[in-house]
Design a protein around this ligand. Structure first.
Ligand code: PEP
Ligand code: MG
Length: 764
């Protein structure tokens, strides 16, 4: 069929040309960027057609503009820079009219457009063939020669055939790497109407900073296409590796300094990959075989990620994430000599998903806030963000991912609001509220040394500690001790179980910061949404109801016993309290207590210093535990009510699912009556009673909680002052009357009508 094309024209090897173009399709499978493909295409076509110049222009239909994307023969610097509106120049005309244009003296043509510096004026024989798919314009393929070698009709037919082949290849390439935009300059604009998004708060606070959209796969592809035509050598690569290593070591140091408990080795995975001979070796091999360093990094990283992403395990997928982070850092270091350690410095990061380790990285890199698009935040992500003082909102609006980087964003995570490029009026209100916010020093001044109700009843106000960084505020505000230390965080962040020695060091720091005050260690509450990526390999259909918490500990006794030993040793001289999470039966409780007893016995035998008489308590957070509250109260020294889970399980409402947030009601009559029942059981049996769920800092519930007799609360340190003030504003006498009234109602709406108004949140 192509015979007709070839016959009659000596210089063009059309058959060979078509063969080579088809080969490009195969070539592309192993290639990482459209640019590579286009560069190979222009090389091949120029060579086989014996043309001095071959260029490919791609069309952007939104801008109605053609951009030079690859050339052989013109100034390579002009790639990405030469742009033509549809209809402008001979090339634009070919696409507008969707017809081939062939002229022997291009510069004399009325529609000729001169671009200084691209050196095309020497080539007067000009052939432009439009590339289209159906009715959609895709670009133009252009050949140029000097005027002594004009194009023949068979050249035209051959080039038209080649152009139609190229359309398929380019389309496949664009599809495969997901770039439909011109990569050199992604033309993003704030999506229309996107000024205000009502989201959900995940961690309180405000932030006003430029956006940085974290769509990593996309950014890797974009980086890969950076500076097409520019070659990075093996020296550039080694230099980039060295600088990446330095930056990572620096970050690791910073993060260890700031978050000694949770951040151990957080950048270690990156450093390890960087030193992995296989990874580096593959990149070096590709460069030595003639590849560009930039493409080699992207290609090798993409291969690794693909393998990791195939896995069912969160741990492996987290590894893919690490590889991607590292590749982005490496590529950035290749293309820029700027030694920027903190990629997210003072930005609000807009992202689809986050691992706990991501949050720590963002925090140590100086991010100002996070917008989590779609999907709820797992409870430990929110808790972690709070401890890191990282304002975070969850917004179910995917348009946010299209906000151009650098767009000013205002996060009001007190309300869950998000403003895109806020106007002066919004900003003025924001600054006014910022000015009114209390600093730690202000809070310290306002905090009373003792917490009492309006009628003088003493209340204990303790702190929930998630990361050791929480201790600063807790100690400055002189809390009455630690009511809940969530030991899972050092477990969640690490890549394997922390050893007894590691745990001991962390626990010791906690105990030492609270001399003479009770410190409550909750044993590992892993599972559910607090996944240990290195352990929870099997995907559970209902992780909230799965192998979690105390069940996990009892099923993994050596791990449990190690933790208990570390706690007993660290708390040798402390007012130590050990608390078991998610207890559902007396049998479980006995088994857990037995592990403590055995550990004490062993430590005594070994002559190791430890606490031989810790108070033993349990979280009351399952309906089953509430039902058996009387029996449990006889067997433990203290109860701590975990309303976060209790509400979730009583009302069958996922605490992390935004879609059912309206059903998650602390003031549901069944919840209130259950709380009352637990309190009655504890008081009857002289079992110490406290409440450590979020309900404790939601001040509208404080009168009810005081009214049913709870006198100890444990809240995140940032809520200590607010909670103390709510207690101070309540008299027990009034609270008891109100609680009785609330308990007598059967309908949610009737109870809601009795609830005091929540504190005036700052207005929008
Ligand atoms: C609770 O469930 O209320 C609680 C305090 O524990 P966590 O939020 O860690 O599950
Ligand atoms: Mg809980």
């Amino acid at each position: 069929m192509h015979g007709g094309i070839i016959v009659g024209y000596q210089t063009m090897d059309s058959e060979r040309l078509l063969y080579d173009i088809n080969e490009l399709n195969h070539l592309f499978r192993g290639s990482a960027s459209v640019e590579t493909l286009l560069n190979k295409a222009v090389e091949t076509v120029a060579e086989r057609t014996q043309s001095a110049v071959c260029s490919i222009y791609l069309y952007n239909s939104e801008k109605r503009e053609l951009t030079l994307r690859a050339t052989r023969g013109l100034n390579p610097e002009s790639v990405g820079r030469v742009r033509l509106k549809l209809g402008r120049g001979l090339t634009g005309q070919a696409l507008q009219e969707m017809r081939t244009i062939c002229v022997s003296d291009a510069s004399r043509s009325p529609n000729y457009q001169f671009f200084p510096g691209i050196f095309e004026e020497r080539y007067n024989a000009f052939l432009a063939v439009p590339m289209a798919r159906g009715l959609s314009r895709m670009g133009v393929l252009v050949l140029q020669r000097d005027s002594d070698h004009c194009f023949s009709p068979s050249d035209i037919t051959a080039l038209e055939t080649v152009a139609s082949q190229l359309v398929h290849i380019i389309e496949n390439a664009q599809f495969l790497i997901g770039i439909h935009e011109t990569p050199a300059e992604p033309a993003k604009a704030v999506p229309a109407g996107l000024k205000f998004v009502k989201g959900k708060k995940a961690a309180e606070g405000f932030a006003y900073a430029p956006a940085m959209v974290r769509e990593k796969q996309k950014s890797l592809a974009l980086l890969a296409s950076h500076d097409p035509g520019k070659t990075y050598t093996i020296e550039d690569f080694h230099d980039a590796v060295a600088r990446t290593e330095r930056q990572l070591e620096q970050l690791q140091e910073q993060v260890e300094h700031k978050l000694s408990d949770a951040a151990s080795l957080i950048f270690a995975a990156h450093l390890m990959i960087l030193k992995d001979r296989d990874f580096i070796g593959k990149v070096v091999e590709m460069i030595q075989a003639g590849g560009n360093a930039l493409e080699a990094v992207v290609e090798v990283a993409t291969g690794y990620m693909r393998n990791f992403l195939k896995s069912d395990s969160d741990y492996m997928r987290e590894k893919a994430n690490d590889i991607e982070d590292l590749a982005i850092r490496l590529v950035n270091n290749l293309v820029s000599k700027d030694d920027e350690t903190s990629a997210h410095n003072a930005h609000i990061v807009v992202t689809r998903g986050l691992f706990p380790s991501d949050l720590l990285k963002l925090s140590s890199e100086g991010a100002s806030g996070v917008v989590l698009v779609g999907g709820g935040a797992t409870s430990h992500i929110s808790i972690l963000a709070r401890s890191l003082s990282m304002p975070m909102v969850i917004a179910d609006n995917h348009d946010l991912l299209n906000v151009p980087d650098g767009t000013p964003l205002l996060i009001d995570a007190e309300m869950g609001n998000l403003f895109v490029d806020p106007d002066d009026e919004v900003l003025e209100k924001f600054w006014a509220r910022q000015r009114a916010r209390l600093t730690l020093a202000d809070q310290k001044k306002l905090m009373k040394p003792e917490t009492t109700t309006a009628d003088g009843v003493r209340v204990r106000l303790m702190a929930n500690i998630n990361l050791l960084t929480d201790l600063k505020v807790a100690t400055e505000l002189n809390c009455d001790g630690v009511g809940l230390y969530r030991t899972e965080f050092p477990f969640i962040i690490r890549t394997t179980f922390p050893s007894e020695a590691e745990q001991y060091v962390i626990y010791r720091k906690l105990v030492e910061s609270m001399p003479d005050k009770p410190v409550t260690f909750r044993t590992l509450d892993a599972g559910g949404d607090k996944i240990l990526s290195y352990y929870h390999d099997i995907r559970e259909q209902n992780p909230a109801l799965g192998m979690r918490s105390i069940r996990f500990s009892l099923q993994n006794k050596p791990i449990f016993a190690e933790q208990v030993r570390a706690i007993l040793r660290a708390g040798a001289a402390a007012r130590l309290r050990i608390m078991f999470p998610m207890i559902s039966s007396l049998d479980e409780l006995h088994e857990a207590k037995e592990v403590v007893r055995e550990s004490i016995e062993l430590l005594t035998q070994q002559g190791i210093e430890h606490n031989a008489a810790p108070s033993l308590g349990m979280m009351v957070e399952l309906p089953a535990a509430a039902e058996l509250a009387e029996e449990f109260a006889r067997e433990v020294d203290f109860f701590s009510i975990g309303t976060n889970d209790l509400i979730q399980f009583m009302l069958a409402t996922d605490r992390t699912n935004e879609a059912v947030a309206d059903f998650y009601l602390p003031h549901h009559p069944a919840v209130l009556r259950t709380l009352n029942r637990i309190a009655r059981a504890a008081l009857k049996h002289n079992c110490e009673l406290s409440l450590c769920g979020d309900m404790a800092h939601q001040t509208q519930y404080m009168p009810f909680l005081l009214g049913i007799g709870i006198r100890t609360f444990s809240v995140d340190p940032i809520f200590l002052l607010r909670t103390q003030q709510a207690i101070k504003a309540t008299s027990v006498k009034d609270a008891e009357a109100l609680a009785q009234a609330m308990l007598s109602k059967s309908r949610i709406c009737e109870i809601a009508a009795l609830l005091p108004a929540p504190p005036a949140s700052a207005a929008q």
